[in-house]
Design a protein around this ligand. Structure first.
Ligand code: GAR
Length: 195
């Protein structure tokens, strides 16, 4: 069983897909805890599944580093084999990344290296891209620059809004994330920490 901590900031539909997957006893993953940087509706999915949650907001700390240290200590208390950023919208300081990477992965709604950052969907539309998608990658010290583990693509439809496109991306994103985490658990994807 791969023990996973998931960090979120919003509606948590990717988290929900992982939780739903764990309903299948053959899915080799256990969600140990779900954390967020703000109170958000996604935490309700964890509560429904009886999974511990925590909220650690930067506003309650004197600096980003103090916030991230507390977040790190809280994550580490659950001794995860893997930490998943699933719509976690804060950039994490280098110390946090160094402590967990490469057992720290992120899902991002674009075909990286195209359109990194907080507005991957909006930026793809603004650039007039004809296709976009999702990338799951190991988190390194850059913004959405770490080694890629998997991508999935879709065509952008004429006159599609950012919300419509993001919802379509999230459909393929949830499936990809569930599969990537399974592949990590079953050692088909190696994160560079094992032979
Ligand atoms: C997902 O599309 C994820 O890729 C994106 O936030 C969404 C969260 O959706 N993350 C980023 O943009 C990070 N730069 P969810 O809360 O429904 O899972």
């Amino acid at each position: 069983m791969l023990g996973v901590v998931v960090l979120i900031s919003g509606s948590g539909s990717n988290l929900r897909a992982l939780l739903d997957a764990t309903n299948n006893p053959l899915y080799p993953v256990r969600i140990l805890a779900v954390g967020a940087d703000q109170s958000c509706s996604g935490l309700e999915h964890a509560e429904l599944f009886g999974i511990p949650t925590f909220v650690i907001s930067p506003e309650n700390f004197g600096s980003r580093e103090l916030w991230a240290n507390t977040l790190l200590e809280t994550v580490q208390r659950f001794q995860p084999d893997l930490t998943v950023l699933a719509g976690f919208m804060k950039i994490l300081p280098h110390g946090f990344v160094r402590a967990l990477s490469p057992k720290l992965i992120n899902t991002h709604p674009s075909l990286l290296p195209l359109f990194p950052g907080a507005h991957g969907v909006r930026d793809a539309l603004a650039a007039g891209a004809l296709e976009t998608g999702v990338t799951i990658h190991i988190v390194d010290e850059g913004v959405d620059t770490g080694p890629q583990l998997a991508q999935a693509k879709l065509a952008i439809l004429p006159d599609e809004t950012e919300h419509e496109l993001h919802e379509r991306i999230k459909v393929i994103e949830r499936e990809l994330l569930v599969n990537v985490v399974k592949d990590i658990a079953e050692h088909r994807i190696k994160l560079g920490t094992e032979n």
